[in-house]
Ligand binder design. Sequence first.
Ligand SMILES: *Cc1c(COP(=O)(O)O)cnc(C)c1O
Length: 357
Amino acid sequence: MTKVSTYEIDIVKSPTSKINDVDFDNLSFGRTFTDHMFYCDFIDGEWQQPKIKPYGPMSIDPSARVFHYGQAVFEGMKAYKDDQGGVFLFRPEENFARINRSAKRLAIPEFPKDYFFKGLTTLLNLDKAWIKSGDGNSLYIRPFVIATDSAIAAAPSENYRFMIICSPAKAYYKGSVKVLIAEKFSRSANGGVGFAKAAGNYAAQFYPTNLAQQKGFQQVIWTDADTHTFLEEAGTMNVFFRIGDTLITAPTSDRILDGVTRKSIIQLAEDNGIRCDVRPITVNEIIEASKNGSLKEIFGTGTAAVISPVSAFEHHDSIYELPEITANSYSSILKKNMLGIQHNLSEDKHGWRYELK
Ligand SMILES: *Cc1c(COP(=O)(O)O)cnc(C)c1O
């Protein structure tokens, strides 16, 4: 068998573009997709020739293992365009490394780095017009891998498909959210898959989040599965607490996802002379701090919203309100810093921007 040269991507361009049908001022997150998609199949123990095709439905056997056992992982990243037309990614090496850490935990073969970057940059160059410059605009990028074997025996698949699809996004700002602290349900456990971006982690969160929403809360703050006393993540975001002038966020573990935004915010806090302690933090500690007035802020961090402030939290049927957000809130300062770097508006002293060539 001759091995195909996998380095060249087989490209079929879309004969027409859908871009003129899209109302870029009224995008709802993750519902509109660009003209092309990237994919690469893993067959006979090898990643095959990568391909780019017009975005659209694809045919998969109903017995494909992804449908039965949830063997799937994904990533979330963004591209930004500056006013000169330059396109930038933010720390994409981190997303590449993480999709392979997630893949390993789900018994999915690792995807080669050169395929990932060549696929990503070729796709972005083809669909560059979909990345709009200006405040809050970006292109959300979704790499993912699914198990494609036509076989429902409960075993890891032998065949997989790696894909990248892209969706234009506006600023993802829903105002501050009210959250419920989990007292019964858990997102993750020791030795589990909480650190991985496994598709099933999200499915497992939907029901408890629906219950929280029925009670008037937008999100759940997840606590440790054993005792429900340690604060771990907020919805699908990492979470930070400001007590006095110190930020606190939990250390990453089996149960806590190592967010690119989280680690960037920790660095930016340091750059701003804001102390940030990475240590376990308990529910009691924030309740005490709320009662004595030293709890100033709670915010979630993640690629989609960057920073999402919390206005109130509930625990044991008591509601604790947080102070109003101002321009001097740490969440406002750090979000502005992040967006400045991402949109190529400020100095990038840590080398986080990756310019599309
Ligand atoms: C993706 C994700 C995050 C945020 O990670 P970023 O790299 O900052 O986008 C946080 N928690 C969970 C559970 C996630 O899935």
